[in-house]
Design a protein around this ligand. Structure first.
Ligand code: KG4
Ligand code: ZN
Length: 335
């Protein structure tokens, strides 16, 4: 659950995030029922904290932006019902926001209020999270067109599954990022999925299977008198696999992001979503982009992963464009 207060549509007065990773890590992935129950418990304290940190009261708020989808519908409904209730009780306007369209706008968030170096429309956004991997052409604050998306698993999902297979816990993206720094990215050669020039779709399920088979082969290396026995994975193997896996994903994401720039003629590239925190992805894109007449933008990590400030920013522009939420508005689980 997250809540934020913005001034003038981009100046972040507060951004509070109550992570549920601790609860879900026990199960190796998100448990939808637990997620929505936790949202119910945290929605009021998180909103109160956001108001407090911004030194404002509810009376000072002009309008409310709220995530309408896509995502886990039980959790989205908690936030949406709360926003509707506040809007109804206070008479303030509210608007529903597509959270995948909010991610690419996070680069406009301004923490100091002094102004920021922002991309120019139209730009290409690579949205890489636990649930989505999409290349989007961002025409304006409210107009988007999808250039390509994943046919199966999302990039973050692949990171989380690889981490689980290596026994690194959940969510695993940040751990793989850390371990990969000490591993050899060339130690294991993984096939780059659908790397045909110009194709802007992604696929990560084959890579997941390849990681699974490689881990299985490594584990079953020892035969004892009692039959096959699993071998514990060595630190070196884990680091090398993490580096090789990460390099494969980053390579595919980088190539396709550059192709998307070429295809659209856009000058600026923005990365967003939890996987945009990945240090190798940031470094490789910055390096690749530096070669041509293009620019590369990434929000600070706390605005790359799910946060309410980007929802407020998107909501501000939607309200300015005349959109208004109605009390019968429903959540949508997928795009
Ligand atoms: O955008 P996000 O916070 O939530 C979703 O909307 O899914 O993204 C979460 C995903 C998780 O899969 C997590 O493992 C991944 O982002 N992630 C990373 C890194 N930090 C978070 N993946 C790779 N490298 C990282 N440093
Ligand atoms: Zn997200």
């Amino acid at each position: 659950m997250a809540a934020a207060v913005l001034k003038d549509g981009s100046h972040v007065l507060s951004s509070v995030i109550s992570s549920q990773d601790e609860i879900h890590s026990l199960y190796g992935g998100i448990v939808p029922e637990l997620a929505s129950r936790r949202h119910i418990e945290t929605v009021i304290p998180v909103v109160e904290e956001a108001l407090k940190q911004a030194s404002v009261t509810l009376d000072d708020i002009d309008a409310i932006g709220v995530t309408q989808g896509p995502g886990l519908v039980g959790s989205i409904l908690v936030g949406l019902s709360f926003a509707k209730a506040v809007a109804f009780a206070t008479g303030k306007p509210f608007v529903g926001v597509n959270h995948i369209e909010a991610h690419p706008l996070a680069v406009f968030l301004d923490e100091t209020g002094d102004g920021i170096d922002a991309p120019e429309f139209p730009y290409v956004a690579l949205v890489v999270s636990g649930g989505h991997t999409s290349l989007i052409k961002v025409e304006s604050f409210t107009e988007f067109s999808v250039l390509g998306r994943t046919r199966d698993d999302a990039a973050g999902e692949a990171f989380d599954k690889a981490a689980k297979l290596l026994g690194l816990g959940y969510p695993g993206g940040a751990v793989i990022d850390r371990l990969a720094k000490e591993g050899n990215p060339k130690a294991i050669q993984f096939k780059r999925p659908i790397i045909k020039k110009g194709n802007l779709e992604f696929s990560f399920s084959g890579l997941k299977t390849a990681v699974m088979l490689r881990v299985k082969a490594e584990r079953s290396g020892c035969v004892t008198a009692r039959g096959d026995q699993e071998v514990a994975l060595s630190g070196e193997f884990i680091r090398d696999l993490a580096a090789s896996f990460q390099e494969t994903v980053v390579d595919v994401l980088t190539k396709k992001a550059l192709w998307a720039l070429e295809a659209t003629g856009a000058r600026d590239l923005v990365i967003a979503g939890g996987v945009a925190c990945n240090s190798r992805l940031r470094a490789k894109l910055a390096e690749a982009i530096g070669d041509n007449n293009t620019r590369f933008f990434a929000a600070p990590p706390r605005f790359c992963s799910d946060n309410a400030a980007m929802i407020a920013l998107s909501g501000y522009h939607r309200l300015k464009a005349g959109e208004r939420g109605e009390l019968d508005m429903n959540a949508y689980p997928s795009i």
